[in-house]
Design a protein around this ligand. Structure first.
Ligand code: PEP
Ligand code: MN
Length: 338
């Protein structure tokens, strides 16, 4: 249910609606809009009585939300969501590049990468301190020492940090060290983890599960939002199909339907989507054309020596060339490189 307030509704009238929702044992989600405030209701397992709200002063109407993902749906919020960072805004009219090595490998390479990114105008560094690896014998990441290195890179350069949280145990440490908390493909339906980041107050980058439908993905976003964390960025990273020409099948075709169903920003990860650096630039440009709000791309100072995902990582000149191309082309799609 969505309670839409009249444009001139007073704060006290909004507070009264919130009180009535809580009185029903339900959860209110106040969403201020450009012209009027709307209040989403979650927590009900059956239908909520519209009349309870329509009689309250300042209420324009109460609307039933038909989708199972309520807070993530466009029915609940018509306008695209923007997420503001000191480094820039993610969302409509902008295109954001997030780049960096797959893993934090040591302090020198992270600092070098952060400085390079800043020099080419990239304001978000992504690197994993905790790595989900198929093999238990593969490099698992530097863990909390990696978080310390990322925090140092932020302190030195002012760059925003995106890093993955793999389990609830390290939620506070990852939230502290990062500006955006990444949830990986394998954890997209780890519901305890989703609930935990719903309690965080840092934006969440939610990768699509490698066999998740669009509905599954939006329901996962809903888990985070139901906890009161409304700052979710979806990230398409390729799904499993029969194709053997690429690591995954990058599903750029999901972007237009996702944009129709949700107001949340959508990024694309062409690195995991293809698995080969040669294919990353074209899929990045295609992501911009398909309506994505940004890309998450792996880049490494020496990709052939990377401890993980070197084959799909761009080198620095390759990343610089891609960023320049995106900066030139973004205006043709109504966007500016953030
Ligand atoms: C990553 O971003 O390095 C990663 C492990 O991604 P995914 O969860 O999409 O496989
Ligand atoms: Mn990787």
């Amino acid at each position: 249910m969505l309670v839409v307030m009249q444009s001139h509704a007073a704060d006290s009238e909004i507070a009264r609606v919130v009180e009535v929702i809580k009185g029903q044992g339900l959860t209110p989600h106040v969403m201020p809009g450009a012209t009027r405030t709307a209040i989403g209701i979650t927590g009900n397992t059956g239908a909520v009585n519209k009349a309870l709200f329509e009689v309250l002063p300042g209420v324009e109407e109460a609307i039933r939300v038909t989708k199972p993902y309520k807070l993530a749906s466009r029915e609940m919020k018509r306008d695209d969501t923007s997420i503001a960072f000191p480094q820039g805004t993610v969302g409509p009219r902008t295109f954001t590049v997030v780049a960096g090595p797959c893993s934090v490998e040591n302090e020198a390479m992270v600092l070098r990468t952060a400085e390079f990114l800043v020099s080419i105008g990239v304001k978000f560094l992504r690197a994993g301190a905790f790595k989900p690896r198929t093999s238990p014998y593969a490099f698992q990441g530097m863990g909390t020492e990696g978080l310390r290195i990322l925090a140092k890179a932020r302190e030195r350069t002012g760059i925003a940090i995106v890093t993955e949280l793999m389990d609830t145990e390290y939620a506070s440490e990852v939230e502290e060290a990062s500006d955006v908390i990444q949830i990986g493909t394998r954890n997209m339906q780890n519901f305890s983890l989703l609930k935990r980041v719903g309690q965080c107050r840092k934006p969440v980058l939610l990768k699509r599960g490698m066999s998740a439908t669009l509905d599954d993905w939006l329901m996962a976003a809903e888990y985070v939002m139901a906890g009161g964390n409304y700052q979710v960025v979806l990230c398409e990273r390729g799904v499993r199909t029969f194709s053997d020409h690429s690591r995954n099948t990058l599903d750029l075709g999901v972007i237009p339907p996702a944009k129709a169903l949700t107001h949340l920003p959508i990024f694309v990860d062409p690195s995991h989507g293809t698995g080969k650096r040669a294919y990353v630039p074209s899929m990045s440009l295609a992501s911009l054309a398909a309506g994505a709000d940004g890309i998450l791309v792996e880049a490494h100072p020496e990709p052939d020596k990377a401890m993980s995902d070197g084959a799909q990582s761009l080198d620095f000149p390759g990343l610089k060339a891609l960023v320049e191309r995106l900066r030139d082309l973004a205006p043709a799609f109504g966007r500016t490189l953030a």
